[in-house]
Design a protein around this ligand. Structure first.
Ligand code: NAD
Ligand code: UDP
Ligand code: UDP
Length: 316
């Protein structure tokens, strides 16, 4: 059945892939974005599609539309961006959630929240199941993002309990792929751009901290499956790739795949940087029949190809 789907943050990295996927599945897509970190280029290839609409709007302000489903992705995701204006980051998560939940309530739409593994903070349980409550600093530099997302989850569950909203909450772990921002400081884009330019690869700390990286196409498949679960299933559900790598291992893989002559350089570890992060995806496997299929090398190669092309075209 053809649905009219609202994607907030649709001009960002994940949002643009989601809009593309929804159009391919035969739906009508309304993409709402204030272009803080997203760009028109990310969705330029969709603009000629008559079933795609792009609206410049900040989700901290009310929005009146008639839609069937909402994917709420609006929020800067990388530390450089979300710490640029921390108050706005919290407002985006909290006021944005309230407005989108108010909208979902009025039109009886199903609503999906892009939450994050950051709700687990610097975890003392490893890997992290959804039942783990997290260890988050409420007053640190990352708090605007972590606590904003935690409060958004609270709002989703209260609208569900109080107003019977059909909610779906995904806790997304580090995801990478084409259309990541070249300058947003995230580790995969940093390492690839540095390797392609032959610049030193910046390892923060000793590089023994771990992350698990999910390729964007796998993640989007998880979004769609979660949105289509039966009404009673709310999540939260972890979506990520359990393959765990240290930053040193990642740097070596990127150097190998790019054939770069870049050396490693060591920089101080940022404050509150989690030491370890790996999703427990038992619930996603059971409820969504989902698990990632793209291997790190394969996904890195596609991302490297994208950056190689973008860097040549933009001459940066
Ligand atoms: P992104 O920065 O590329 O996309 C976020 C989009 O939201 C951008 O297009 C930005 O312009 C838009 N936006 C920001 N504030 C807004 C506002 N007030 N009103 C309207 N639009 C606004 O980041 P992404 O990686 O695509 O992340 C998308 C969502 O997924 C975010 O909510 C993020 O927290 C979540 N997430 C991403 C990851 C990841 O690894 N990429 C991990 C966990 C969670
Ligand atoms: N809202 C919106 N679009 C709508 C309906 C509501 O943006 O179609 C906003 C509205 O501005 C309100 C918020 O969502 O501030 C929460 O709505 P809700 O109905 O839950 O609360 P109330 O209107 O009673 O404050
Ligand atoms: N990191 C790094 N070099 C970089 C950028 C990041 O070593 O140039 C490290 C960072 O300290 C963190 C990990 O890589 O331990 C992942 O960082 P990212 O910002 O991508 O994601 P997050 O910390 O939000 O998981």
């Amino acid at each position: 059945m053809k649905k009219r789907v609202l994607v907030t943050g649709g001009a960002g990295f994940l949002g643009s892939h989601l809009c593309e996927r929804l159009l391919n599945d035969g739906h009508e897509v309304i993409c709402v974005d204030n272009f803080f970190t997203g760009s028109k280029e990310n969705v330029a290839h969709l603009l000629s599609n008559p079933y795609f609409e792009l609206i410049r709007h900040d989700v901290t302000f009310p929005l009146y539309l008639e839609i069937d489903e909402i994917f709420n992705l609006a929020c800067p995701a990388s530390p450089v961006h979300y710490q640029h204006d921390p108050v706005q980051t919290t407002k985006t998560s909290v006021h944005g959630a309230i407005n989108m939940l108010g909208l979902a309530k009025r039109v009886k739409a199903r609503i999906f929240q892009a939450s994050t593994s950051e709700v687990y903070g610097d975890p003392e349980v490893h890997p992290q199941p959804e039942s783990y409550w997290g260890r988050v600093n409420p007053i640190g530099f990352r708090s605007c993002y972590d606590e904003g997302k935690r409060c958004a989850e609270t709002l989703f569950f209260d609208y569900h309990r109080q107003h019977d909203l059909n909610i779906k909450v995904a806790r997304i772990f580090n995801t990478y792929g084409p259309r990541m921002h070249p300058n947003d400081g995230r580790v995969v884009s940093n390492f690839i751009v540095q390797a392609l330019r032959g610049e030193p690869i910046t390892i923060y700390g000793e590089g023994n901290q771990t992350r698990s990286f999910c390729y964007v196409d796998d993640l989007i498949e998880g979004f769609i499956r979660l949105m289509n679960t039966e009404r009673g299933f709310t999540g939260p559900v972890n979506l990520g790739n359990p393959g765990e790598f240290t930053m040193l291992e990642l740097a070596k893989k990127v150097i190998e795949l790019t054939g770069s002559k870049s050396e490693l350089t060591f920089k101080p570890l940022p404050e509150d940087d989690p030491k370890q992060r790996q999703p427990d995806i038992t619930l996603a496997k059971e409820k969504l029949g989902w698990e990632p299929t793209v291997k790190l090398e394969e996904g890195l190669q596609k991302t490297i190809d994208y950056f190689a092309e973008t860097l040549i075209n933009s001459n940066v």
